[in-house]
Design a protein around this ligand. Sequence first.
Ligand SMILES: Cc1c2[nH]c(c1CCC(=O)O)Cc1[nH]c(c(CCC(=O)O)c1C)Cc1[nH]c(c(CCC(=O)O)c1C)Cc1[nH]c(c(C)c1CCC(=O)O)C2
Length: 343
Amino acid sequence: MTVTDSAFLKACRREPVPHTPVWFMRQAGRSLPEYRKVREGIAMLDSCMRPDLVTEITLQPVRRHGVDAAILFSDIVVPLKAIGVDLDIKPGVGPVVARPIRSRADLDQLRPLEPDDVRYVAEAIGLLTAELGDTPLIGFAGAPFTLASYLVEGGPSRNHEHTKALMYGDPELWAELLDRLAGIAGAFLGAQIDAGVSAVQLFDSWVGALAPADYRASVLPASAKVFEAVAGRGVPRIHFGVGTGELLGLLGEAGADVVGVDWRVPLAEAARRVGPDKALQGNLDPAVLFAPPEVVAAQADRVLDSAAGLPGHVFNLGHGVLPTTDPDALTRLVAHVHERTAR
Ligand SMILES: Cc1c2[nH]c(c1CCC(=O)O)Cc1[nH]c(c(CCC(=O)O)c1C)Cc1[nH]c(c(CCC(=O)O)c1C)Cc1[nH]c(c(C)c1CCC(=O)O)C2
């Protein structure tokens, strides 16, 4: 076995698999007591800059759950911090930006990302690939729209009103902002591929707030530029957002090899929307993990049944692991998916 032959990479390439591979968005994090222990007294962004901690935290869910892939412990705002944007991650809140970007002058905060800006990430990836053996490591970046939302709003937002005001009100400035963010995200993914990750995921978590026509006109070109920056590198590209049922076809069109699906659209229907030449990832509702074990198993089977016959399914949740999830429920779910799909 090598990483290349792993069930996860085979599923991304839509090749036959020994079992359906499974990993979880936010598998490294607050649901694990061993995570809370190593993070004690260390700020989130500081922990992302320490290769020893990044390595330990990334490995924790692999050891505990036996998932088919690791995801680098980092955050979508790490490359922004690395180029000098004044921001922090506030516990229980999320990324908070000191000087929101609302005018052309504010764009000065965004210079291009150089590999040296994130050398601690490359160092962590080197340590990780040595430890992980045959288990693939997924790198990631935030997509231009989702990064723009944090930068324009100044923090997490329910309605993205300032973001949309800029997008509709000053299309030229908006395009320039998204283009700069696309350059940063593409460079961040490129640095992770150079360092040895086996796949990359572009998180456009909040883009489900847009209508398809606006996505196509105002966001797709920037996300396509990110995927283009890492095309032809032999590394599958995954594209994910929440509430994107109406955008699934466009998320694929932007240049992904694998399209992530939240829990609102069954995978068989998602496959029709995405088209025949892409794999799918998803899509168990993360809240289902709070139900009794037999219910979790039955709901997982519903996901697997919907994906039956599709070439290329990576089992995942429809969004990240919720912080108060019982880790044993995740371990049982991995075992269940593996047993149910063993060929
Ligand atoms: C939108 C977004 C962010 N960050 C990320 C996204 C896209 C994924 C998604 O939609 O969930 C991506 C991310 N953030 C983190 C990872 C690690 C890898 C993984 O296990 O998935 C990944 C892939 C660690 C983290 N990033 C963050 C934490 C929690 C911080 C802590 O443990 O103190 C972790 C483990 C902080 C963060 N950073 C962000 C949010 C919304 C938060 C949570 C705020 C909170 O509730 O405390 C921005």
